[in-house]
Ligand binder design. Structure first.
Ligand SMILES: [Zn+2]
Ligand SMILES: [Zn+2]
Length: 156
């Protein structure tokens, strides 16, 4: 599964920026840019050039008692939030659920972008993205716009 393609296809209201080709110092600078630009999701895939950055994060996790034998493969950054995707994570619905909940703090309808507090909504029970009841009939296909699950499964 190509996470970068998935981001581009499913998070069209964000600019998806592949920053894998930069070194550790430049990644630090990107973190500042992200804080000022909430509509950017930065994607960093581990490679020889940026390996040090991943090592530092894993070292930090270990020194804080968080031991995970699965190495971090991809880092996603949005505003001042980070999401680490590890090598063994392959369930795309789980990844999207983490992106929505932990990276983007998704709190608006994924169709009309109305804040969740103002609308009657359901949460997709696969990816946890909110969709307001007004927008559900407007969908061309009765599938979740984010994770593509069939809504018949959801609306019991
Ligand atoms: Zn809506
Ligand atoms: Zn969904």
């Amino acid at each position: 599964m190509n996470i970068f393609e998935m981001l581009k296809n499913n998070y069209k209201s964000y600019k998806i920026n592949d920053s894998s080709d930069i070194d550790t110092i430049q990644i630090m600078k990107i973190c500042d840019i992200c804080i000022a630009n909430p509509d950017i999701i930065v994607y960093v895939k581990k490679n020889v050039k940026n390996k040090l950055y991943f090592d530092v994060i894993e070292g930090f996790e270990k020194s804080n008692g968080i031991y995970d034998s699965n190495p971090i493969e991809i880092i996603l950054i949005n505003k001042d939030n980070y999401l680490y995707i590890r090598k063994n994570e392959t369930d795309i619905c789980n990844i999207m659920r983490s992106i929505n909940k932990n990276l983007l703090n998704c709190d608006e309808c994924c169709v009309c972008y109305e804040p969740k507090e103002n609308i009657k909504h359901i949460l997709c029970n696969k990816c946890q993205t909110p969709i307001c009841v007004k927008c559900i009939p407007k969908l061309n296909q009765k599938i979740c716009p984010q994770c593509k699950i069939d809504f018949k499964v959801l609306c019991i």
